[in-house]
Design a protein around this ligand. Sequence first.
Ligand SMILES: Nc1ncnc2c1ncn2[C@@H]1O[C@H](COP(=O)(O)OP(=O)(O)O)[C@@H](O)[C@H]1O
Ligand SMILES: [Mg+2]
Length: 499
Amino acid sequence: MNDALDRELSIRTVDATPYAASLVEGHRDFGYSLDTALADIIDNAITAGSKSIKLMADTVAEEPWIALADDGCGMEESELVEAMRLGSKNPLDKRNRHDLGRFGLGLKSASFSQCRKLTVLTKRNEKISCARWDLDRIAHCNDWSLELIDNPQTLPSYDLLGSQGTVVVWEVLDRMNGGYANDRVKRAEYMNGELTRAERHLRLVFHRFLEGTKPRVRLSLNGRELKPIDPMASTHPATQKDPDDFLKLKHGDVRVRCYTLPHHNRMTSDQWDEVGGPEGHLKTQGLYVYREDRLIIAGGWLGLTRQTELTKLCRIAVDIPNTMDSEWKIDVKKASAQLPPLVRERLKTVIERFVGTSKRTYRAKGQRLVDETRFPLWSRLQIDGKIVFRPNMEHPLLTAYTEQLSDALREGFERCIRLVGAGLPIEALHAEIAGNAEEIAADKVNERDLREFIHTLALTLTDNGVPKSELPDVLKSNPFLKARWESAEPILNDLLKAD
Ligand SMILES: Nc1ncnc2c1ncn2[C@@H]1O[C@H](COP(=O)(O)OP(=O)(O)O)[C@@H](O)[C@H]1O
Ligand SMILES: [Mg+2]
């Protein structure tokens, strides 16, 4: 609206201060999980200049609690009160260069996502201050009065406070009991599981801070030091790193570095699993976006290209400064961002070139990038602790066909395949296999279909640098062909002769 128009309007104002009780409950649901919530509290500790950050958790106590103690700059009482305020800093204000914060909300909303009682103990210039938000109290009084505790010496977490620094304590962990509010053993099991997942997340998100013989920061969980997980495996001798690329933009420079991970037989299986994580390498290929060295996006191509078996070793580190927050739409929990259109365009070119070179590299060396199983028709995945078999949409047989379809037809076709996959009669199979495994067979394939299958697969493989002489061996390792090699071999021989 313009001012002139406003002046003509007759405007009254009434007080519409939000109700504390309902607003604060809303703050619990920004979408944090334990791992992103802890990461946000650690951001604060790092920004405060901490060298050592200790995460302590008592999951077996009658009233479980989690505490994060740092040796950073600490706060005076007035600063503590500001820190506890919801929206203590305006996201439009300029931040210090290495500040990992953004909205002035993290401490509160991350904590409230997990607990109903947040206590912060802090020490600066020999003075100790302590403040607490108790959501039950806010719900009851419906106001924003913060509790200040003048004798924190009696709190159990008091001992975690060093000569200077801050301790953040979460109690009444109502979101972390896994539904086992009254079963202490089950509840502890659930919480320990969550903490194990969070541990991996923290080792990954803060890996750049934890690296080296003299790391910038030491992080421990119940006294055990957490070692970094470098998603680029950049210190591995077989990792290939391309030269840095810089995108110069109005609000700062974006640095882009492309890495190709070593093939899995050049790493120990522990290293391979650590870098791939529970989701595996196919899902974790892609872009790794760092904001001031802190990882905010871990893998995926953000819609710029597809995750394929052939590119699963490709990872690109993208470094952005905190001056670009609004363009990148960094969210409150710092777990997502969107590429600004200009960056999108430039990155797309980088990705195309990189993915292209990486395929050529393999061609030149004749090295194998794809798994030994070579394009299985069914992928075996682990999802939520269960093994799932799913038709492999990346299979050349399917992609070669879907590429010829219009968007609408492709969607329909892919849906049909997905549904056939989801309809795999697991129970019936299970019952049959338990009874008479030898009597069960996969359906027969007619000669024409088999020929089509072999042609498509052979073409994709040669396109990706597999020499013709290796085709019989490689194709034989494909489970589908292996099972019918007697019929497949002559078809392949014909094909090789015809070339
Ligand atoms: N561990 C800490 N040590 C010192 N100061 C802290 C700590 N945690 C939070 N603060 C102060 O509280 C403020 C608010 O924190 P937070 O709610 O996470 O918002 P943001 O990090 O976006 O500024 C910070 O800007 C900082 O001044
Ligand atoms: Mg913060």
